[in-house]
Structures are given as C-alpha cells and as structure tokens.
Design a protein around this ligand. Structure first.
Ligand SMILES: [Zn+2]
Ligand SMILES: [Zn+2]
Length: 366
C-alpha cells in the first residue's frame, strides 16, 4: 500500500472548478501544516514551484473521453481531474512566503484542495531549447495561442492581436472579436484552416476582420463566405450547415452615441465628413481605441441577437487546372477564361466579366 500524506490545503477564491485558464490568472495560497513548515526553508529563493495536489472531489474516471475543449483523449494524455490516482500537478509562480503560507499565481486547484507535495521547478533547459519546443508545438497547432485566449475569453489580448491584422482599433473590430470568440467557445469548434468550419459574414467592414482573426476562417483558406447583405452579422457553421448566427442589435448605434458621445461626434467629422487634420486624426485614433476596449467589457447579450440556425453552405472549394493566356502569357484558373475568336484569353485581355470585392461590396465589372 502506498502512503501519501496531506501537507496542507489550498486557499482560493474559487470554491468550485472553473475554466482552468481563468483560475490560473488569479492568486491563491498554499497553507502548509505547521508540522511541515520547516520543510519550506529557503523556498522563497525559487521563482517557480510545482504543486502536487489531490483532486479530492473527483470520484470517478474514464480512461478515454472528451477533454476540456471537446477533443477526445486518453486520461494520461490529458489534464483531466478525473484520474485513477486523482493527483494534480501544476507549476506556479511563487510570489511570496509568509511563514507557512505560500502566495502563488497560476494554480488551477479549488479552495480546500489537499496539497500532497511541493517541489522547486528547475529550468534545466536553456531559453533556446524552450523556444524550439514552443515552435514545434506551434507548428503542429498554429492557432493554439489564439484558442487559449478564446478559452479564457481574454478579449483584451485578442483585440490587440486582431488589430495587428486590421491596422487600427475600432468598435467594429471589437464587435467582431467578441462575436467570433464567443461563438467558437460556445460551439466548441476549432478551425483546422481546411474548411471544416465556416464563417459566413454579411458585411465586409471592420467587423469581418475580428471574425477572421478569432474564428480562423479567412478569405485565403476558403472558410470565409461573404454574403453581401450589408448587415453587421455573421454565422459560424460546420459542414452540415448547422450553426450560430449573431447580429449586432439594431440599437447599437444609439448605444454608441449615448455611451461614447465624444467618439460618435469625432467619427462623424473624420469618417462621414472626411475632415482630417493631423490633430483630429490623433484624437480620433485615441478615442477609437478607448471605445473599443470599453465595448469588449459589455455582456454579449447586450450587443448581439444570437440564434441557432441552419443555412446552406458551399461545397469544398474545387481545384482547377490552369491555362496560359495567348495574349499576356500569364497563367490563370481555367474557369476564368474569356474566349475570343478561338483564342484563350484571361479576363483582362479578353474583356471578360468579373466580380470585384471592394468597399462597396461585390461589384460586377467588365
Ligand atoms: Zn476598423
Ligand atoms: Zn492575359
């Protein structure tokens, strides 16, 4: 028989298990029993420690099942609390020692969890090695960082990242980030970047960049479908056409004017009337940024109408052969041929009809 001793208990504001990524953002304490206090001698010299604890509330376990994000894995390939030995292991940052109390950050154990052991975490790997492991992981799961932020609903970090794609902060982008990350978390789906899930956007304004960034459905991976309805709305769907549609509430602009009057006024000047003195633009950017970060703090139901829907979705994008234009010599997709007098021409050389997606929507041109 193996004997394991309880050396203390966790003190945490979390009385029950929540999203571990959310839990890890908060401080908690390890209260070590007085009889073991001497064992903490010089622990404060360490920045990180590993805490072994007992999942005391978990009673049953399955050897294989869905993990927190819905993926099916074996118990030993997951961090599930339901395990044959009910032991948890987490590396935490040691912030402070107060006698027999260790104040830590990064622990995902609830209040009252029995602590079994503590060990200093030694970084035997150098930074280069760690970076390489990180890169290998990111190569296998390129969107892992975004998914982590979505799981933790860290909208602030997501908005900052999305703006690196979009180029500026604005309420439209903020709404897109909110809608995209909400729906991905709610549906528990993840984009493989191979059309396994699709985003159908109904506008091509700033909102759609927030959607592309958070859902991983983009113009280039054929998972972003644009329906030119001119509505600030989007649907996240799987290949069976079942999905979730979110549309910005029709009173959003009144909400914006009422709660952010300074931004609404400067928007009118800069965007509608195209007044653009350098001072005005600086102020505009400042207010747009401030407003965006304020908007992401709203409850999703305050800003969006949300419905479960079924919609028609296109087939997987087909591969087409290429042809070479008889006039300009450039190669082009065979479905885009503008034939003229038995010659094979590309669209511009043969004056063919085409569609252009621009600020006005989808425009047919020739
Ligand atoms: Zn924008
Ligand atoms: Zn040509």
């Amino acid at each position: 028989m193996i004997e394991v001793r309880e050396i203390g208990r966790v003190k945490s504001k979390f009385k029950e298990r929540k999203d571990p990524f959310e839990m890890k953002k908060h401080k908690s304490s390890l209260i070590i029993d007085k009889e073991y206090e001497e064992g903490l001698y010089r622990i404060e010299e360490r920045d990180y420690i590993q805490v072994l604890f007992n999942f005391h509330l978990s009673q049953d376990y399955k050897l294989k099942g869905p993990t927190y994000n819905g993926e099916v894995r074996g118990v030993f390939a997951s961090r599930s609390p339901h395990r044959p030995s009910s032991i948890g292991l987490t590396t935490v940052k040691l912030l402070e020692r107060r006698d027999n109390e260790l104040i830590v950050k990064g622990l995902d154990a609830i209040d009252g969890t029995p602590i079994l052991d503590i060990k200093p975490f030694s970084l035997s790997m150098d930074d280069k090695e760690k970076e390489e492991i990180g890169n290998e992981y990111n190569k296998k799961n390129p969107r892992v960082k975004i998914l982590k932020l979505i799981r933790a609903q860290d909208l602030k970090s997501l908005l900052i990242q999305a703006a690196s794609l979009h180029g500026h902060f604005c309420p439209g982008l903020a709404l897109g980030v909110m809608a995209g990350s909400y729906s991905i978390k709610k549906m528990g789906w993840r984009s493989e970047g191979l059309e396994n899930i699709l985003s159908i956007v109904e506008t091509n304004n700033c909102f759609s960049d927030g959607i592309q960034y958070t859902t991983g459905c983009t113009f280039g991976n054929n998972s972003l479908i644009y329906r030119d309805y001119g509505k600030t709305a989007f649907t996240l769907t799987q290949r069976d056409g079942e999905g979730m549609r979110m549309i910005v509430k029709k009173n959003f602009y009144e909400t914006l004017q009422r709660n952010f009057p300074e931004y609404a006024a400067i928007y009118e000047k800069v965007i509608t009337k195209r007044e653009n003195s350098p001072q005005l633009l600086t102020k505009f950017r400042e207010l747009a940024q401030e407003t965006s970060f304020a908007i992401i703090k709203y409850d999703i139901e305050q800003l969006f109408d949300i419905q479960q829907i079924e919609t028609s979705i296109p087939e997987y994008a087909r591969m087409h052969d290429s042809l070479v234009c008889d006039k300009c010599g450039e190669s082009f997709m065979e479905t885009r041929m503008a034939k003229e007098n038995h010659q094979t021409y590309c669209i511009p050389c043969g004056n063919g009809k085409y569609h252009e997606l621009n600020g006005e929507g989808i425009i047919t041109k020739s």
